[in-house]
Design a protein around this ligand. Structure first.
Ligand SMILES: [Zn+2]
Length: 408
């Protein structure tokens, strides 16, 4: 059958933010923010958390982090012999912190719990630029950003009914950042020039113009956008938990023939698995240690595991497993992995990042085309809620089971 795609979109979702880039000029980290955590973690606890969640390979961190007997030294600035010293507590004195989020007395409601929902990407008129867009046979286009916002709107209603204070990080299919691609003309030009120097070749005029345009766009929709969201989360919303809502997509088997794939799966991400190159970045190194000493990994794992169970029970999705070194299996519950993404390391609170449904699978696509409806419709002999409703319900069940364990 003839298939027309508005955009050759190979993959999105789990493959977003592949390089965890931070190319915009950032302030150097304020290492004094670690002062409050002096003597709060034992060496055993620090090392175990480092290896099981944040950095599984000694070779990735040994140039940046040194575990001594009484303290951990963290290199403050790349290329300099200047270290922040964080003292350990005695081995049996690590405070048994079971995150405030999980241990608060909620009297069977989520009153007082502040949850920020982060609909992935921007959607709307930016979905093609973001590469989160496809359309088959002239049908209505599938836009990840728009779907994520629809899920967020429904989920906000459901969580608010339980008493939570819920904020959407974006409420429209529009950017949070006030900057636009043209604001990054100089940075894009410099980046392309650096690539030419690195590759020892000059791009021709056409290649060059395309690279500059692409770079401006990435700096806008990915990097500037996520930094703007982080500022909103960390300085204004100040939530107890962020839930990042995405849908996955699979590579098209044949880029010339956009045929829907069979694979339709899910996974849930917590922050972690910082690789060597990422730890060489001063800001990323700080963010990793800051997350570790705050012990946000404990709440992230607990909530992610309940979310994974909810998706297993409420959907027919299979479980996605990573094969490469950029993700680390966390705990024993299937579907829960750690990855270091700009969006899950920049929010200063526990963050869970959801990647259910492969939007270009035949099953998910058919459901997306039915739109968001009330009740159930029959699909291939089975009565099904709309995909948006099923997604929001699954998250609701996972959150209830993790934060309100007595209310199952
Ligand atoms: Zn995504």
């Amino acid at each position: 059958m003839p298939i027309r795609s508005l955009l050759c979109m190979f993959f999105w979702g789990a493959f977003c933010f592949l390089y965890g880039e931070t190319s915009l000029q950032l302030q150097p980290p304020d290492w004094a923010r670690l002062d409050a955590f002096q003597g709060t973690l034992s060496k055993g606890k620090f090392k175990q958390t480092l290896h099981q969640v944040y950095c599984p390979r000694v070779s990735w961190y040994q140039d940046w982090i040194k575990l001594n007997e009484k303290e951990v030294l963290i290199r403050k600035k790349r290329g300099q012999d200047s270290w922040y010293a964080l003292s350990f507590s005695d081995e049996n004195q690590t405070i048994s912190k079971n995150s405030d989020l999980l241990s608060a007395d909620k009297k069977n409601t989520l009153n007082g719990v502040r949850i920020a929902l982060d609909p992935g990407h921007i959607g709307g008129q930016y979905s093609e630029m973001e590469g989160r867009h496809f359309a088959l046979n002239g049908s209505f286009p599938v836009k990840e950003g728009d779907l994520a916002l629809s899920v967020a709107v429904r989920l906000k209603e459901k969580l608010s009914d339980l008493g939570a204070t819920v904020k959407l990080i974006r409420e429209k299919n529009e950017p949070v950042t006030v900057l636009r691609p043209n604001d990054f003309a100089d940075e894009a030009e410099i980046w392309v020039r650096q690539r030419e120097l690195l590759l020892k070749k000059m791009f021709n005029a056409e290649e060059r113009a395309k690279l500059v345009r692409k770079r401006r766009e990435v700096l806008f929709y990915r990097i500037s956008e996520i930094h703007a969201r982080a500022k909103l989360v960390n300085e204004v919303i100040r939530p107890d938990l962020v839930i990042c809502l995405h849908l996955n997509a699979a590579p098209w088997p044949d880029p010339e023939q956009f045929e829907l794939v069979k694979r339709n799966d899910f996974h849930v991400l917590v922050n972690g698995c910082f690789m060597g190159g990422e730890l060489s970045d001063d800001n990323q190194r700080f963010e990793m240690v800051f997350r570790l000493v705050n012990r946000w990994n404990e709440a992230e794992k607990e909530i992610a595991e309940h979310l994974s169970h909810a998706f297993i029970h409420k959907t027919n999705l299979s479980i996605f497993n990573y094969k490469g070194p950029n993700a680390l299996k966390v705990g024993d519950v299937p579907g829960v992995w750690a990855r270091n993404l700009l969006a899950n390391r920049s929010y200063h609170c526990p963050v869970v990042f959801l990647e259910p449904y492969v939007a270009n699978s035949s099953d998910a696509y058919e459901r997306i085309m039915l739109g968001n409806y009330k009740g159930k419709k029959k699909m291939n002999g089975e009565w099904k809620e709309s995909l948006v409703e099923e997604y929001a319900d699954s998250v609701l069940v996972g959150i209830k089971n993790s934060l309100l364990p007595d209310r199952k």
